[in-house]
Ligand binder design. Structure first.
Ligand code: PEP
Ligand code: MG
Length: 293
């Protein structure tokens, strides 16, 4: 099942008034899986672009398979959500300079669909890795529902090819990042997504007409708008697993607002986990402070 399920894995965590909460970690470097201590629900976001430094890496199915397999095996029976390459825009990939990536919105899933040879290699590596653990695949920068349909079709085609070569593989649940405001507003149109995870870094940038470098300065002022959008979007998730993996989730200051918005699964940088854990224990599920806190 997808990473956002409510099954309690790796240590019980509840709000002061007893509502179960999942706390997962974000990893960039696969070595950070070491931070998956017994109290962590799983890996809520692995940014695969940090494991792929060049076009040659992106074309190397066996190398990617080995990396994803190692993360899944270390996670054991805990869920791992690996995000497909989020490249383009402010996240360039060496060797892809032929695309006008810096000047356009060609980033994340758009770039993957524009360069399907890159997506096909990663899809095969992920399909093959899925037999080694509880993998979910997440799509970055999804803007329109047809992008999910097209990527799912690509996965089906690659699964069929693997089947013809008798290579073991499994179709993972495929969900999406919610980090583009138009997608957040229209979340009920994304029936093809198996789960949702809010990316408040890009959501803040695109909502506030800011730039990524200015997010730290603007995040506080933009937070009320981001929280309002999150609260609306959570209502459109139709009971599917939903989490938040943007940096807002790792800042205890925003936790009351995120709980009030209905969020129950937080994925944070490993260093942020202890602070978020203790903050959750001191709050009620509606975000109010527990009596005596
Ligand atoms: C986000 O945008 O909030 C997110 C989690 O993705 P990234 O930080 O990798 O862009
Ligand atoms: Mg993002």
């Amino acid at each position: 099942e997808p990473a956002g399920d409510t099954q309690t894995i790796g240590g019980e965590l509840r709000t002061a008034d007893g509502v179960p909460i999942l706390l997962s970690i974000n990893i960039n470097d696969p070595a950070e899986i070491d931070a998956l201590d017994p109290a962590t629900a799983g890996v809520g976001l692995m940014r695969s672009e940090f494991s792929v430094a060049s076009v040659a890496d992106a074309a190397n199915e066996e190398r990617q398979l080995a990396i994803y397999r190692s993360v899944l095996e270390q996670a054991g029976d805990r869920p791992v959500t690996i995000r497909m390459l989020d490249i383009g825009g402010d996240k360039p990939l060496a060797g892809l300079e032929d695309l006008p990536v810096l000047a356009s919105g060609l980033r994340g899933i758009r770039l993957l669909l524009a360069r399907p040879e890159i997506a096909r290699v990663q899809a095969r590596a992920l399909l093959r890795a899925a037999v080694f653990g509880r993998l979910s695949v997440m799509l970055p920068m999804v803007t329109f529902p047809d992008e999910i349909d097209r990527m799912r079709e690509l996965f089906r085609e690659e699964a069929e090819k693997l089947g013809r070569r008798a290579l073991p593989h499994r179709m993972p649940p495929i969900g999406m990042m919610v980090e583009v405001p138009s997608a957040a507003l229209m979340l009920d149109a994304f029936g093809a997504a198996a789960f949702f995870s809010f990316g408040t870094n890009d959501l803040t940038q695109y909502l506030a007409a800011s730039t990524r470098d200015d997010i730290d300065a603007d995040a506080g002022k933009a937070a009320p708008a981001v929280l309002r959008l999150l609260a609306q979007a959570v209502k459109l998730t139709a009971g599917k697993p939903v989490s938040i993996c943007g940096d807002m989730a790792g800042n205890p200051h925003y936790l009351p607002g995120l709980l009030a918005a209905g969020l129950r699964h937080f994925s944070v940088a490993p260093a942020r986990r202890p602070a978020i854990r203790s903050a959750i224990i001191g709050l009620n599920a509606d975000g109010t402070r527990a009596a005596g806190e």
